[in-house]
Write a protein that binds this ligand. Structure first.
Ligand code: SAM
Length: 192
């Protein structure tokens, strides 16, 4: 089996991040200025907690949600729940109504069948956006991972009008062979 421990894996170990994914958020934040001190951040698909760690380091307060448990982190309120279930949105809202940033790194369990993995990932991205629509402050930011494939343009068309700035981006820390890409939306607006 191929050794997946690369530069970012060792950097994460060295710097105490729980995942190499932490560097993807660091890089996207450097490029797009997503998080500022005092922000409230909703981290969807948060375990093991690398993105939450980065947000806290940048001075944010975090509400993190995952279907799998996550070890406690200071300034992070964790909710064990499924982002595709309506009750999870209710639990988020009962803790905090509005957020400056909703970020989702949620990934389905990989089957290895490209189309299935792509469609499941779009489903999680859509679930993330329906949560974001309810809890994002006007002017807030949204980041969501999606595996590339035929539905991606449709997903982009569904959400693009809700943001002043929108684009797909692949951070350096994403593996070269990875199908993942991130939608970045800035300046959330309500549309009818
Ligand atoms: C790539 S990991 C996230 C890594 C995280 N950003 C970090 O830096 O540590 C993807 C996560 O999505 C979660 N996930 C998948 N489906 C989910 C769902 N329906 N609801 C909540 N979390 C989900 C998985 O349990 C997994 O922890």
């Amino acid at each position: 089996m191929k050794d997946r421990r690369d530069h970012y894996y060792w950097q994460a170990k060295k710097l105490g991040y729980r995942s190499r994914a932490a560097f993807k958020l660091i890089q996207m934040n450097e490029k797009f200025n997503l998080i500022k001190k005092g922000d409230w951040v909703l981290d969807l698909g948060s375990s093991p907690g690398g993105w939450s760690q980065v947000a806290v380091e940048l001075g944010a307060n975090v509400v993190a949600v995952d279907i799998n448990p996550m070890k406690p982190l200071e300034n992070v309120h964790f909710i064990l729940g499924d982002i595709t279930k309506a009750e999870t949105l209710e639990r988020i809202k009962s803790f905090r109504e509005k957020f400056d940033l909703v970020m989702s790194d949620a990934s389905p369990k990989i089957t290895g069948v490209w189309t299935i993995d792509h469609l499941k990932s779009v489903e999680l991205a859509r679930a993330s956006f329906s949560i974001a629509k309810e809890v994002l402050k006007v002017g807030g930011n949204f980041v969501v991972k999606v595996f590339q494939g035929e539905e991606i343009q449709k997903f982009f068309n569904e959400i693009k009008d809700y943001f002043h700035f929108k684009k797909f981006h692949s951070p350096k820390a994403s593996r070269k062979q990875s199908a993942e890409i991130y939608f970045i939306g800035k300046g959330f607006k309500l549309i009818s």
